[in-house]
Design a protein around this ligand. Structure first.
Ligand code: AVI
Length: 328
């Protein structure tokens, strides 16, 4: 990721003008998304340093049940898995974030020798990996900065069994077709005889879901608007984030929470030389968060070549963790 300072570089050491150095992939995705009839931005772009910090704050909110519910479930999952994974193994975490949820597994499963966290947010990953390494000095921690939406090349790790770990219901941020393709890519990344331990949010009361994405302190709103600030910082755009309202609701037909940023007035924004016009009330669709019943998730996993071997449901069925096995 580019920091604010790395955005501009002098083409000649003593002369202006300064040339913006932009991440073309990010720029192309933003321009493409804002040109669609329903404007959209890819949710993976929430997670620059500031966005990752906001997400950590969301996880501490009383309304945002998925985080704490999964964290409370994991010690039981880990104890049960200690009897399954008895030979030396390597854990590969997709979208590793702050590396909190791996700790119950590392504490309970003594056969874990290596840990490979993969995350798109390099600085965040580096800091969290250093901390984890000092907490578990006998573990080999091998962070990989990368986009886990695609197959990822792992460091050479020998012949140990590989176990993928994808907590947090991040799979819900993909549409079902993308989720199936993530699951297929994960099979490819992890290889034959692998397993995948995955956390998936369940369908539940719309009001409960609504509150989780509309917290009283407005942190989710800040997280949502930060994507516009990031586009300003990294692509030199001139969004006024306060002129966009956070709007999140459960779309029961689609089985997903949708997040949008709604323009509060008619306005034109400059993004990399393109003028992007907004009508008052027009939205940018910034995130989907799909929820799955256990049956729906078993079908999705099967369509990608995984078999559900074990299911753990949290209290009141608020959240599920599944152990999947690669059917080869
Ligand atoms: C990371 N992901 C699973 C979160 C979710 O619930 O979809 C992101 C999030 N968006 C708003 N609050 C949290």
């Amino acid at each position: 990721m580019h920091s604010a300072q790395s955005l501009f570089q002098a083409t000649d050491f003593n002369l202006a003008p300064l040339t913006p150095v932009v991440d073309r992939g990010f720029a192309d995705d933003v321009l493409h998304g804002l040109a669609l009839p329903q404007k959209q931005l890819h949710a993976k772009y929430f997670y620059d340093q500031q966005g990752s910090d906001y997400f950590d704050q969301i996880c501490q909110l009383p309304e945002y049940y998925p985080y704490q519910t999964e964290l409370d479930l994991l010690p039981q999952v880990a104890t049960d898995l200690a009897g399954t994974f008895t030979a030396d193994c390597t854990i590969v975490e997709f979208g590793a974030g702050s590396l909190v949820k791996i700790k119950p597994l590392l504490s309970a499963i003594s056969s874990i020798r290596q840990f490979i966290p993969i995350d798109i947010s390099g600085i965040h990953l580096e800091m969290a990996s250093q901390q984890l390494q000092s907490d578990f000095p006998d573990l080999a921690v091998l962070p990989v900065v990368g986009d886990f939406c695609f197959p990822v090349e792992l460091p050479v790790i020998g012949n140990q069994q590989k176990v993928g770990f994808f907590p947090g219901s991040t799979i819900g941020n993909f549409c079902p077709a993308q989720a199936a393709s993530f699951l297929k890519n994960a099979r490819f990344t992890l290889g034959p005889d692998s397993c995948l331990l995955i956390g998936v949010d369940t369908k539940k009361s719309p009001l409960y879901l609504h509150n989780a994405y509309n917290d009283a302190q407005g942190i989710t709103a800040k997280f949502n608007r930060n994507i516009l600030s990031r586009i300003n910082r990294e692509l030199g755009a001139n969004f006024t984030p306060e002129k966009f309202e956070h709007y999140a609701f459960y779309n029961a037909g689609q089985g997903r929470v949708e997040m949008h940023l709604v323009s509060t007035s008619e306005q034109v924004v400059d993004v990399l030389g393109s003028s992007v016009a907004f009508a008052a009330g027009e939205s940018i669709h910034t995130e989907n968060s799909y929820k799955y019943t256990p049956d729906e998730f078993c079908q999705l996993a099967a369509s990608a070549g995984w078999q559900v071997e074990r299911t753990w449901l949290a209290k009141q069925d608020l959240f599920a963790t599944y152990l999947l096995r690669n059917r080869g």
